[in-house]
Design a binder for this molecule. Structure first.
Ligand code: OXD
Ligand code: MN
Length: 622
């Protein structure tokens, strides 16, 4: 039999691809996108090496000095393509109300009509990579499979690190298994014989589109991070959140860590913080010396899929296989385990290049005690401390990233790849607030915990394109990642709590809020953060074990000064008061913002949210 072709394009799938729906879809997308070639990724090391070499030859990758950073590369993006584009991200449900007031929406038919001409011929002159990936351990009952078609080799190699990518995924899909189809293009077709004039081709027009009902993802114009690595935010959060709603589980923007006490008892904690608020640091925390015998291990640093079990326990997996973390600010003080993870086999994006072929970013001077004399910055320009002083130029982009396999992490938990997941004992919600919100409190019950998460606010950072340092409500740290109506999502959380509580066999996880970021009158952080957060984590475990009574406050149960282990840290009762006090005037303002927030979500807001708000207002009025 002759191999199937289409206008000279070889459509023949490898023999190990047996899923007719997948083969037909690839042919359909090839007919639309008109690539010059199709490459079915097998996920092998040889393929990874060959694609990295191809990226080096194209000038997209720079191979780093193997004596300093073996197996590692640096990519620098177009300055217009450096972060997720929230204003270009759409949830295209059939009904606008199902996307809700926090999402950009367009009717599916209208969006398809908009995208059709953009995708028509969008991959001309390029290779279409067929990237099969599993989010979660291969074959796990909690995992889901996707296939991304992309014309970016950078995407293919990043997906190899960030997901379980390769041949074995085709075995999971078999002849008729389900997969989430994801189409990605940088939107930069080449005419016959034309060569790229830039090392990071992309398009000024960008669309990151989700069709939740048909579970499809279409991404146009960007090659960066969550816009392009479609397993991460698009599938594992936006599409998975709608799967979770329909199937009774939770897809959350949460790290998962294990914490073992000196007696060997182990707990698992999931924590939701908005982007670039230290999730990776917290998931790899190194306890201070005073906590001899305590151990923190990482299951995941960004996303958790949490499923209720027959006994009412909530078990969680990390659907990812790597870390796509923010580099600036990472150093041996803030995250030693992360620094060790980055010793080899890393793809860096938008950090600076040193004269000896290594990488550098702001924050590394804290380790070496000095600034480098000279660098090539992320935009390819000369950088010196003098230039930085005069122009404020950053050597690394504030949202510069590393992509690295989880297996590089010295603090990786033994169960990180366990298909059954781990049982969650506590859930933390934490925003970045320089005022108002206390260091830590525990919700009195599940509903109050949902309220705390639903009203969470955070000062914005560089992970998303847009203004920085502005407080925005970021419910559950999911604002940019919700696949459906936010109020329905609050209801889903309430339903989940009620459902597992009814089973009555396993206590619900405790819910806490944290804020590591309160500042003093001089604008300096008061709480030391990083490894010292262990002190707060230990108090949470003491609460679970009924070893800390805490004190009632208007906003949950807070620790007393005496309940925190202060050994090895000078932190006075006055300092403690300044990070824990509930300032009634600030809270009066805060409550106005809760009202505004709920007004926006009013249409489907669960009545419980207003009841908890009422009770909080009454307590604040005393
Ligand atoms: C991320 C983000 O990249 O949240 O994890 O932006
Ligand atoms: Mn994230």
């Amino acid at each position: 039999m002759n191999a199937p072709t289409m206008q000279g394009l070889d459509l023949q799938a490898p023999a190990y691809v047996k899923n007719a729906k997948l083969i037909a879809w690839v042919a359909e997308m090839a007919a639309l996108c008109k690539p010059a070639k199709i490459h079915w990724c097998d996920g092998s090391k040889e393929e990874y090496d060959q694609l990295c070499q191809q990226l080096v030859d194209a000038g997209t990758f720079k191979k780093l000095n193997p004596a300093k950073r073996p197996g590692s590369f640096l990519a620098c993006s177009d300055p217009s393509d450096v972060a997720r584009v929230e204003d270009r991200t759409y949830i295209c449900s059939e009904k606008k109300d199902d996307a809700g007031p926090t999402n950009n929406w367009m009717a599916p038919a209208e969006m398809r009509a908009t995208l059709q001409p953009l995708f028509d011929g969008c991959m001309a002159g390029r290779t279409m990579y067929v990237v099969p990936f599993s989010m979660g351990p291969l074959g796990s009952p909690i995992a889901h499979v996707g296939v991304e078609l992309s014309d970016s080799a950078y995407v293919a190699v990043n997906m190899k690190i960030m997901t379980r990518m390769g041949k074995a995924v085709y075995d999971v899909i078999g002849t008729d298994g389900e997969f989430v189809p994801c189409v990605h293009t940088i939107g930069a077709p080449l005419k016959a014989g034309e060569k790229d004039t830039t090392t990071w081709p992309c398009n000024k027009t960008k669309y990151i589109v989700h069709y939740p009902e048909t579970r499809e993802i279409w991404s146009f114009g960007s090659g960066y991070g969550g816009n392009a690595l479609l397993g991460k935010k698009c599938l594992a959060l936006r599409i998975a959140s709608t799967m979770g709603r329909d199937q009774g589980w939770l897809a959350e923007h949460m790290l998962i860590l294990g914490v073992t006490n000196p007696e060997g008892k182990k707990y698992h904690v999931a924590a939701a913080f908005p982007s670039a608020c230290g999730k990776t640091n917290f998931s790899m925390l190194v306890p201070p010396k005073a906590f001899d015998g305590w151990k923190v291990t990482t299951i995941g640093d960004d996303i958790a899929w949490i499923k209720p079990q027959a006994d009412g326990s909530l078990r969680a997996i990390n659907p990812e296989a790597g870390y796509f973390g923010v580099a600036p600010g990472t150093n041996y003080h803030t995250n030693p385990n992360c620094m060790a993870s980055l010793d080899k086999d890393v793809i860096f994006t938008n950090v600076a290049l040193t004269d000896d072929g290594d990488v550098w970013w702001e924050g590394m001077e804290k380790d070496s005690g000095q600034m480098p004399d000279h660098l090539i910055d992320w935009q390819g320009k000369d950088w010196t401390p003098q230039i930085a002083k005069e122009t404020g130029a950053k050597a690394a982009h504030p949202n510069a990233r590393f992509t690295v396999a989880a297996t590089n992490n010295p603090a990786l938990d033994d169960a990180w790849d366990d298909p059954k997941g781990v049982k969650i004992d506590a859930i933390i919600f934490g925003g970045r607030r320089s005022t108002t919100v206390p260091l830590v409190t525990e919700a009195r019950n599940w509903t109050e915990g949902v309220y705390m998460a639903a009203t969470m606010g955070s000062e914005t950072t560089a992970a998303a394109f847009g203004a920085q340092g502005v407080v925005r409500r970021d419910p559950f740290a999911m604002l940019p990642f919700m696949g459906y109506n936010m109020s329905d999502y609050f209801q889903h959380w309430l339903n989940m709590g009620e459902k597992v509580e009814k089973i009555g066999q396993t206590p619900l996880p405790r819910i806490f809020t944290t804020n590591w970021f309160r500042k003093n009158a001089d604008g300096k952080f008061v709480w030391p953060g990083y490894g010292e957060n262990m002190r707060v984590l230990k108090w949470m475990l003491d609460r679970i074990e009924s070893k800390a009574e805490g004190q009632q406050t208007a906003f949950g149960v807070a620790p007393t000064y005496a309940e925190i282990n202060w050994t090895g840290l000078e932190f006075t009762p006055e300092q403690f008061e300044s990070v824990t006090n509930i300032d009634k005037a600030a809270w009066a303002e805060e409550m106005k913002l809760h009202t505004e927030h709920f007004d926006k979500l009013a249409q489907r807001l669960p009545k419980e949210m207003l009841e908890i708000k009422d009770a909080l207002e009454k307590r604040l009025a005393v």
